[in-house]
Write a protein that binds this ligand. Sequence first.
Ligand code: CAA
Length: 304
Amino acid sequence: MSVAHGIRTLGVIGAGQMGLGIAYVAALRAKVAVQLYDRSPEQISKGLNLMDRLLAKDAAKGRISEADAKHARERVSVIEHAMGVRGLRDVDMVIEAVSENLEVKQRIFAELAAEMRPDAILATNTSSISITKIAASAVPEGESATSALGKSSAGRVVGLHFFNPVPVMKLVELISALQTSEETLSRARAFAIACEKEVTTSLDVPGFVSNALLMPFINEAIIWLERGVATRDDIDKTLRLGMNHPMGPLQLADFIGLDTCLAIQKTLYAGTGDSKYRPSVLLERMVDAGWYGRKNGKGFYEYD
Ligand code: CAA
């Protein structure tokens, strides 16, 4: 087994579509033991059901053996709810994949920094929030924010941005905070490669490369719909058939989650002040209405 990344045990915080996908590729492809934590026990059981279905499908299609599926599933365990993220304190690396909320992430990273071993990597799957800001919260009381790079607690924080659906999408974006140490970066990269992903790097700018390009595109499609330039179906069909995109932008927005798209766009707009990132009124209203897309049954389309 390659141990360039030195990760034998991975903690995943958040068992939603991203966290579960990360747990799946880590257990099946990188073959590490995964400990899953979610504050909602219901989300954990939904996530584990999905993992069972994905493994069964891969085995049925002959991509992996029944034994591979069984071993991957056995590598995944669940942190007892009452333990909270403290339950992950002995793992070699944590990947946080909770919703796009800076305060929530900062709370989690402050707790992780206080609990975990100094050599553990603390990664976030954020799709737009500053890794530097998150790293700044991972400095335990009594430690200076300006400790030498490579030695500071913040130096073990890194952005590891997976794409949805994680089992299928080939990319991971690697983002260095100002504080991230070279060792953390190279171990995180090696881990992503062990999960059979290709890695690109981006500076810690709002939205990184991926969402700084994708979100204005999605937002513009929503503005086109709002203005009545074309119907929902024609906007999506234009991009699918005219440009060979696997999904049209409205379908993709539903797939990502309209609440997530809005949160990313707000981060982009606040972080740059550039009006090209201002979220459309229609997107805001749909989220106000509680229409989050595929995850809860209604967005630009309806789902069973
Ligand atoms: N989880 C796991 N696997 C999934 C899945 C999910 N949620 N959804 C689909 N798949 C799998 C299917 O099981 C299927 O696998 P098999 O080949 O083993 O059967 C495979 O994906 C293809 O699925 P389908 O045949 O059902 O459908 P499709 O050919 O239309 O592909 C798709 C589905 C892969 C999602 C494709 O439509 C696609 O690539 N869409 C664009 C996705 C995209 O752009 N993702 C990035 C979003 S941005 C992001 O994630 C980052 C961010 O920060 C917001």
